[in-house]
Design a binder for this molecule. Sequence first.
Ligand SMILES: C[S@@+](CC[C@H](N)C(=O)[O-])C[C@H]1O[C@@H](n2cnc3c(N)ncnc32)[C@H](O)[C@@H]1O
Length: 461
Amino acid sequence: MSTELEGLQVILNDALNAIQAELTIARLPALSNCAQIQHPLDDLNYLPSPRLYEARRLAIAAMGQLKNLLQQPFEKVREHSLAIYDSACLEILLKTGVLDYLADPSRINGAVQVSDMRTALNLGSLQLEVILRHLCSMGLVHEPQEGAFALCRPALELREGSSGRAVVMVPGRAKVASALVDLASHSESERITPLTRTAFQHANNTDLSLFSFLSDRTYERQQWSASISAYGTACRAATVVDFPWQELDGRLFIDCGGGQGELALDLLKILPHSEFIVQDLPEVVSLTQAHIERRAPTETLCGRIRTEVHNFFSVQQYHRDDTVFVLRHILHNWSNDSAVTILKNIAAGAGTCSKVLIIEMVISPCSTANWVESDVPVTLNELRDAQAYRPLSPPQFIPSNFGAASHVSTAAGVNMNGYLNARERTLSEWIALVSNAGLTLKEVVPLRANESIIVCQVLGS
Ligand SMILES: C[S@@+](CC[C@H](N)C(=O)[O-])C[C@H]1O[C@@H](n2cnc3c(N)ncnc32)[C@H](O)[C@@H]1O
């Protein structure tokens, strides 16, 4: 019977050995924090082998559990309460132009003195070294000589055009987080603001929903749409590879709230006998149409892909029995009641062979109950040479949601809550939601990404 410390040490060693072996098999270079070029694994389009993907997840989970085990609790609480400055420093790095200055090809290979940055960027009295030192502890910057800083490899994800930058630049998140605290701190009886009002509305003193608020704010809308594209890019490779799309070739695909049509464009390439309709609100569809014509001129001409204005709060008009309705990153934007209405509008028009594919996170509860070994656990050894992705069973001492490896997903749930009174959902919440809408959940296909594909059919079919 090993102690928690011993158990986690073994798990971490096994995970690191598996990572090392998989890097060698894939002929990937060694990882380095201070490298000035991205590692192939940093590319969002690079899909790691199932064993490498899971070993990374396990190593992060084990490191998180070890940190929880070892860190002095007062230091831990202090660290979390100060975490608000992590995002503030990230924003300062971008908004002062320091990131772009350090990332410039003429400077990227050496460290730059703070005084030079201050003069070049006209930063006056900003105590830049204080900010940069905190960014060092976050692993985004390093300080090879006192007062001289250079970017670390992860910071390359913040360069212009990168998905990471798009996510950081979403406006007003700090305001929403603070309004969430404000709303949550009042008991039900003292509440002046009705519960249906979001923290976003409270923070911006508006009754408009996020989407209506953005409709006449071009800059903010562009920042949002860049971040939405970034989430799509992050799960793109896994969505295409880890789901058996070929079994559905020949069907009509309706991408509900399809945005720029990126998912349909990806599927178009691998499903030569299928047709695609990308639906969205009128102000989005006009941009989507132009985007699709640029990206897939031939398929557009052949009628294999087109756009259509459709509000998903009205009933779908497609009654073809073989229709596949896809909703990616849609339902987590809506409360349960609204999400049920959206799904009912699809179910009302869907034939018995139609499918509804929901591409979203399926949050695991953080249970530690599975510390008792499950019947047929999937281990890193079993994933050796595996081509098809299967998630690992969490070993003893690792929570069922892989703890620290789920941090982004649980934080995304709080973010959805703050902006939209919405949430990321667990499997039991998904089952309840789809059955309330007259659908049945057939299976959940996990992806090498934060998302899974939830396959639903019309009830009884
Ligand atoms: C988070 S984005 C997801 C976009 C796309 N599915 C993707 O994965 O990239 C949500 C999309 O829902 C659309 N949307 C919001 N309300 C809608 C409505 N009532 N009817 C149709 N689309 C809507 C938005 O315009 C936006 O394109």
